[in-house]
Design a protein around this ligand. Structure first.
Ligand SMILES: [Zn+2]
Ligand SMILES: [Zn+2]
Length: 141
């Protein structure tokens, strides 16, 4: 984890502003159908923990996308803001919200067996299949 710096981001229309205390530069990529339906491609996300504050949070809509998580977005411009785990309250946020991050490393690919064949990422990463993820989240609801 990077220490003590504070990171700020905003959605495209600036209605929502976000302040995050910590961001893990080892980011994840999710190939599941839900993420690809949501964003049109794989979801690149950084772990931001629970120390996340929103300005103008009335502009955020969140959607319960599974038993264990919700997805949040700006209701004015649609910018994706977070994937939040219900059990821990931890936020995974789109990597692209934070243009100035350093030392980023693609660490793990989720739903690696669900990746369609029309793209591939050359990065050498850890991977988790759907079966491995379901076994993990069976514990998290
Ligand atoms: Zn917005
Ligand atoms: Zn996903």
């Amino acid at each position: 984890m990077s220490e003590s710096a504070t990171y700020q981001a905003s959605c495209l229309c600036s209605a929502v502003k976000v302040t995050v205390a910590q961001i893990n530069p080892n980011f994840s990529v999710c190939h599941c159908q839900g993420c690809r339906t949501w964003g049109g491609g794989p979801f690149f996300a950084v772990q931001c923990g629970t120390d996340v504050t929103f300005e103008n949070a009335e502009n955020i809509i969140s959607y319960p996308s599974s038993d264990w998580a919700e997805r949040g977005f700006c209701k004015q411009c649609g910018t994706h803001l977070f994937y939040r785990l219900k059990k821990t309250g931890a936020y995974n946020m789109p990597l692209g919200l934070f243009p100035a991050l350093e030392n980023l490393k693609m660490d793990i690919q989720y739903f690696s067996d669900k990746k369609p064949s029309y793209y591939c990422l050359a990065n050498d990463t850890k991977e988790m299949t759907e079966a491995q993820i379901m076994a993990y989240f069976a514990d998290q609801v």
